[in-house]
Design a protein around this ligand. Sequence first.
Ligand SMILES: Nc1ncnc2c1ncn2[C@@H]1O[C@H](COP(=O)(O)OP(=O)(O)OP(=O)(O)O)[C@@H](O)[C@H]1O
Length: 263
Amino acid sequence: MPASADAVVDIQKLSLTFQTADGPVYALSDVDLTIERGDFVSFIGPSGCGKTTLLRVIADLEKATGGDISINGVSPQEARENRAYGYVFQAPALLPWRSIERNVTLPLEIMEIPREERIKRGHEALKLVELNGFEKKFPWQLSGGMQQRASIARALSFDADLLLMDEPFGALDEIVRDHLNEQLLKLWARTNKTVAFVTHSIPEAVYLSTKIVVMSPRPGRIIDVIKTDFPKDRGLDIRETPEFLEVAHRVREGLRAGHSYDE
Ligand SMILES: Nc1ncnc2c1ncn2[C@@H]1O[C@H](COP(=O)(O)OP(=O)(O)OP(=O)(O)O)[C@@H](O)[C@H]1O
């Protein structure tokens, strides 16, 4: 059954079992989820519950073993070939011998976009993450937070509507993370992209998301999908409000319920 016309990601009864030498690993089971255009969806759950695997299935880096999934109405493979998404990894994964500009424009080079156009788009992407002026620097000349912003710019360079982000700020200290959360939220509000974001942090999930998907330990199932209704131009101070704390409480309760389910 097709989801609404605005569904960017439509997942029904999806499961994924890895066959390993030690037997099957049930990574995902019975996952139903719709991500609509303009949504910011966070996935939160205990380590090993299949968050990365789910993102990788969306990106066509893993194949589901059961159920259905479509991205913009087509298969993940077709969506990947159409360059429907930008992917941001846990670590920045920048090539050390390339300048920031040449890292950011690498996908455009692969797409054989002419040099002038590449440079123009690279500048635009770097501006979106407030890294303009750093084009000629090399990754090692940038802080960890700046490197992660450069990797976001790389994912933005070809202007895909969907951004898949796998715990992009997990390795950063809290102050830097707060700042990048604010910047990412502004970027999302300005560009109207659809974001699927993996995190371990409850405040990060609640602050950033329009929908929070709480997952159980393996096999990863969806325990709760919490919709939020915060203003798009919210600042970090929203984290002190009763509404925010109430949502955070519900996420925590979901995670706790998932744990007892496993024991
Ligand atoms: N290629 C693979 N082969 C076998 N098992 C795998 C493979 N990839 C992932 N797994 C297993 O599938 C489960 C889900 O892994 P996944 O990385 O998706 O979890 P996660 O929720 O993202 O974890 P974390 O929060 O620690 O990053 C884990 O038990 C993991 O060991």
